[in-house]
Design a protein around this ligand. Structure first.
Ligand SMILES: N[C@@H](CCC(=O)N[C@@H](CS)C(=O)NCC(=O)O)C(=O)O
Length: 211
């Protein structure tokens, strides 16, 4: 099986997490930014991740891939309803974090932007939605405090262990994305969760390239 991804992509991280947690062998295929043909050829629409099974069939949509892998490879990991508080936290935090995360993704070290042309294509794609990414970088000081407040509010939610639910496939990708942002302080419970999930899923954090 092949999983087509961008390394930076939080949606792709969801699918990678389930494969890693279940030790499902997958070929990770990184699609270059600016390559709009691969996804179109496989699924008829834009967007990664895409799971290509050994029979050639292709499945897009990260959460569909998460559930498909969980259903296909027993034992099932997702047996409890989604942890509502963690799901709500993840959704709220994602919206507040995008303007910090996106410009840093475009400046990061990822295989999909290993060439100048691919990096420029990524910048152009994101600037269609966000305007000047340099301008967003310049707003860092005003964008950090609301996200820091969210991180502070996460600590009690992670004070005791919780069963794995679909919420973790929202939460970890948000925290992984935030690990590329310099100037945020992760509390001990968040750090413990992030390091544990990175180790168990094999989806690495981005702290080593925080900007
Ligand atoms: N709902 C989709 C969203 C996937 C998505 O937005 N992927 C982005 C990468 S982060 C993408 O491929 N964008 C490129 C494009 O749409 O051309 C999912 O959960 O898989």
């Amino acid at each position: 099986m092949k999983l087509y991804i961008y390394e930076h992509c939080p949606f792709c991280s969801r699918a990678r997490m389930m494969a890693g947690l279940k030790n499902i062998p997958l070929d990770l295929c990184v699609v270059m930014e600016g390559d709009s043909e691969t996804a179109l050829r496989l699924t008829g629409k834009k967007g990664l991740p895409i799971l290509q099974k050994d029979d050639g069939t292709c499945l897009p949509e990260s959460l569909d891939i998460v559930h498909d892998l969980d259903d296909t490879y027993p034992p099932r990991l997702l047996t409890s309803p989604a942890h509502e508080a963690l799901l709500a936290w993840s959704r709220q935090t994602w919206v507040l974090s995008l303007k910090l995360i996106v410009p840093r993704f475009t400046r990061g070290k990822f295989a999909e932007i290993a060439t100048d042309a691919a990096r420029q294509a990524f910048i152009a794609r994101e600037e269609q939605h966000f305007g000047s990414l340099d301008a967003l970088m310049a707003q860092t000081d005003t964008l950090l405090p609301p996200v820091q407040a969210q991180l502070d509010a996460l600590e009690p939610l992670l004070a005791s262990p919780h069963p794995l639910t679909e919420a973790d496939f929202h939460l970890y990708p948000v925290l992984r994305s935030l690990s590329i942002v310099k100037g945020l302080t992760f509390g001990p419970n968040a750090l413990n969760y992030m390091q544990d999930m990175a180790q168990k899923s094999g989806v690495p954090l981005l702290s080593d390239q925080a900007q």
